[in-house]
Ligand binder design. Sequence first.
Ligand SMILES: *Cc1c(COP(=O)(O)O)cnc(C)c1O
Length: 362
Amino acid sequence: MPPSRPQPRPCVGDIPVYVAGMPPTARPGLTPFKLSSNENPFPPLPGVLEAATQAAEVMNRYPDMGNTALYAALADHLGVPVDDLATATGSVALIYQLVNAFCHPGEEVVHAWRSFEAYPIAITAGDARGVAVPLLPDGRHDLDAMAAAVTDRTKVVLVCTPNNPTGPAVTQSELDAFLARIPTHVVVVVDEAYLEFVRMDDPVDGLATYAGHDNVVLTRTFSKAYGLAGFRVGYAVAPAPIAAALRAVSLPFGVSHVAQAAAIASLEATDELLARVEDLVERRASLVHRLREVGWALPQAQGNFVWFPLGARTADFADACGEVGISVRPFAGEGVRVSVGEGEALDRIVEVAARFSARVER
Ligand SMILES: *Cc1c(COP(=O)(O)O)cnc(C)c1O
């Protein structure tokens, strides 16, 4: 007997809820700041705003379905063939597309955990099975354990570098050793959402890595360094057959005309935008330094955020930040992620962190 009412696939009921970063609650006499979503604190550049505004004038028309101008600009910027690109409504959409394009129901996607919370959502929505491999105690990927978790049911492996929310990035040598252990029919995704913020020895060269492997996909976004989170535009760089599969399963007309125009204008303003990134990287270094002075040894912070492994004190810390007008992103029972934003906000974070110093309370 068929059920009396329409029933979604069972996996739909299993999809975890995305917990978005909250806006701050207003406190009398305090400018509120949102440090809960790893957003870029700088307002749009005038040229980018102008390009977007102009594009909005033709909102009665569908966008260019082929994203032609954006593909051309990206290909030129990155020095890769247009056929190796797939744009999408944020790099989150690319994770959905990867699962849709490569996984039969029940096939496996190996990823680190705790990592980007959209992963389990996209994997479950695609009726695939997530294999979550615990991070090392210092917040880094356990690449050995991830390689060991690959089975003949594995279709995709996700490497999030720098890892959201803990912060460390993998090195090129680590990635090379890892790739040598992964069968070539398994897609290895290198999620480079925070690529522009990385300052370390032996950093991953994503473009060289993808160029040397038929199974490596880079996912990148305009949401963080480029400051276009509200417009939803990201892209994959992948060998042509994988890029073609990603484009095939994409939503037609997904990336809006306004988003395409803003992304192109942002690529043209790369120098100015990267100068802002440099500013944020300096703020991050100063924040990490000041936190160390008050007793916090944090995991290596390579993104535009820092991670406080607070365990049971997570909610108290987030509440204390809220009381000084700052929203942060708590992960219940694990820790708090704080985005590197406005200087005044970071001063208040240091004050709160001093009260919660690991040295004092652990
Ligand atoms: C923010 C983020 C993204 C980008 O998401 P968009 O959908 O492009 O806004 C992707 N991966 C990770 C790990 C992130 O933190």
